[in-house]
Design a protein around this ligand. Structure first.
Ligand code: GCB
Length: 597
């Protein structure tokens, strides 16, 4: 009896497990893949009734008395990748179900495995192949995959994806957030063909605090016996063999003579990993990142993070950024400002953007969308955040440009939140002990007696670098002249001023005194004041103005000044530089000048 109950429970667990997505394989761009990008047929399903109707079966009437109240044929067609809100005028504010369908042909080999990879779907995705559920995924900014091998036909196939971007209280992000809730299949889709035993995951980086010792971790999928894997970096004369165990896992570490990646010369090497069944290539770099007291050290040298906060949106076009051209446009602006560092807010951007930033020598902060009011009381929400961290680190852990993982932005202190964030920090360290961990806080408090701002947050003590968002002159009053402002934030470690700023419409002067003029002069002065304040913060190791470019947001309802744009950009929605841009430009030149000894 007990045995059969256990068996039944196991079967249910397996079924539930099966219906969830898998973490995407490392380096999908280096795989044998076919793109499913392009036009997909689509059906808008405002009431989310398509599941009951069986839209995913894509049936046609089979007898005279039969009719079906849906059809993909000759209807809406949407571009993938791309959000649906900015493709169809009526969908601009839409937050519900859209069904996508794509036909494809595939010559199936019996000795291969097949996966479908999604760069991201916002927010929920249910993926069906040939009318049967492959699985579900939750979270709008992370890659995921499903294995299709058994359900795939040799020849004609069709994929249906049910996407839904409705907000919910237990989601991450939760009900409100300051960016547009772009929905749909927002990032690229690939079919990946692999051998039966394939290289699912690998990590190759310098060991913590080392500038010459490399460690490599390999995970094969489908292996049942030991295998020999070659790891080669010809340019660095590296040729190593890792022997995996019966479960496909192997690791090794070795010394190498390397030219380290840095922001001036972002050296990347060609990496070749060969198993007996396949060869995977990519470009990879090596650097060390650590803290010493209040310093951040890149390859042992103190570095100042001259930052840009970047949303996944470009100037001159509404909608989610998705292409290499978009990434190039965004990153060009980051470079032009003189930034050596990007804080990608408040979610990871699409993968090619991270790779391109690395090629350009830009250091990177990546975070999960745990933004302000997250329901940390709910264990499912906490677990969702953990999964996001796992997926994020799985995707970008081989990118040397990534120096900081951020676990949250402006979350409210509570026992449940403290426990959740503390768990996230431990998890990040367990998954990747080579990078620095941070979070952005907005809860600094003014101490009247000492006229000093301090941060009293139990979570901050666990971080390598403490980051604060504070809007003096905009949401908060200056309590002293900028030169005399005192901030003592985590004085024993590096501090990043991760957000500050004000809204201004490009081309509208206003005046320096009144915020409500929404003018460039007010914004410019506010930036000058911040620069004065920065000079007095002893442990300030980076700043990141909010925000590089104006972006769309439902929060911003002033119809004449904002029109649903957050206008805190240094650059306008049309791509013009506001006066404040030049203040930061000058500051960044000064902060990155070599120190005279
Ligand atoms: C913040 C948030 C950011 C907002 C910004 C603003 O503190 O972290 O997501 O967009 O302020 O403009 O209010």
């Amino acid at each position: 009896m007990i045995r059969s109950i256990l068996l039944a429970a196991m079967t249910i667990l397996l079924a539930v497990f099966h219906s969830f997505s898998q973490t995407a394989m490392t380096n999908v761009y280096g795989r044998n893949k076919t793109s499913l990008n392009g036009k997909w047929e689509a059906i808008i399903d405002q009431f989310s009734i398509g599941t009951e109707m069986g839209i995913f079966r894509n049936r046609k009437p089979t007898k005279p008395t039969e009719f079906l109240e849906y059809s993909f044929e000759n209807g809406l067609r949407l571009d993938v990748p791309g959000d649906f809100n900015s493709q169809v005028t009526e969908l601009k504010l839409y937050e519900s179900s859209v069904w996508y369908k794509k036909d494809f042909q595939l010559k199936k080999s019996t000795d291969k495995r097949y996966f479908i990879h999604f760069g991201a779907v916002n927010y929920l995705a249910e993926v069906y192949l040939n009318g049967k559920l492959l699985g579900r995924h939750e979270g709008g900014f992370f890659p995921f995959q499903f294995e299709m091998t058994n359900q795939l036909n040799n020849g004609a196939n069709f994929i249906v994806v049910h996407t839904n971007n409705a907000r919910s209280a237990d989601a991450i992000p939760s009900l409100k957030f300051d960016w547009w809730n772009y929905g749909g299949i927002t990032r690229e889709v690939f079919i990946v063909e692999t051998p039966a035993i394939y290289l699912q995951d690998y990590t190759i980086q310098l060991e913590k605090n080392s500038m010459k010792r490399i460690f490599a971790k390999i995970q094969l999928s489908g292996a049942t016996s030991k295998q020999k894997i070659n790891v080669e970096i010809p340019d660095a004369k590296i040729k190593q063999t890792v022997t995996t165990d019966e479960n496909g896992f192997g690791e090794i570490s070795f010394d190498a003579k390397l030219q380290l990646w840095n922001t001036k010369i972002p050296k990347l090497y060609d990496l070749v990993i060969s198993t007996p069944f396949e060869t995977i290539k990519e470009r990879i770099g090596f650097r060390s990142i650590q803290t010493r007291g209040t310093e951040i050290l890149l390859n042992g040298e103190p570095v100042f993070l001259a930052g840009s906060n970047v949303h996944d949106e470009i100037a001159q076009r509404e909608g989610r950024a998705y292409s290499e051209a978009d990434a190039a446009q965004l990153l060009r602006e980051v470079k032009k400002l003189g930034s050596n560092f990007i804080r990608f807010t408040h979610y990871p951007p699409f993968e090619p953007m991270v790779r391109m930033a690395e090629e350009m020598g830009i250091m990177i902060w990546l975070e999960i969308p745990a933004w302000q009011k997250i329901n940390f009381e709910n264990p499912k929400t906490v677990a969702l955040g953990e999964n996001m961290l796992r997926d994020l680190i799985a995707r970008d852990k081989n990118r040397c440009a990534v120096i900081l993982w951020s676990v949250a932005n402006e979350t409210r202190v509570s026992p449940a939140r403290n426990k959740a964030l503390s768990g996230y920090i431990d998890l990040v360290r367990q998954l990747d002990n080579t990078r620095l961990v941070t979070a952005a806080f907005d809860n600094i408090k003014y101490e009247e007696q000492t006229r000093t701002y301090k941060l009293n947050d139990p979570v901050a003590d666990k971080l390598d670098v403490v980051s604060v968002n504070k809007y003096f002159g905009w949401y908060h009053q200056w309590t002293d002249s900028p030169e005399n402002m005192k901030l003592e934030i985590a004085p024993d470690r590096p501090f990043i001023y991760s957000e500050f700023g004000a809204e201004a419409q490009f081309g509208q002067d206003g005046d320096t005194e009144n915020a409500w003029t929404w003018g460039e002069l007010y914004q410019e002065k506010l930036y000058k004041d911040h620069v004065k304040m920065f000079a007095n913060i002893a442990n300030l190791r980076g700043v990141s103005p909010w925000v590089l470019i104006d972006f769309k947001s439902p929060y911003r309802m002033h119809q004449r000044q904002q029109d649903y744009w957050n206008r805190k950009g240094l650059i306008s929605d049309k791509g013009f530089y506001k006066k404040a841009w030049y203040v930061m430009y000058d500051y960044y030149i000064k902060m990155q000048m070599p120190i005279k000894k």
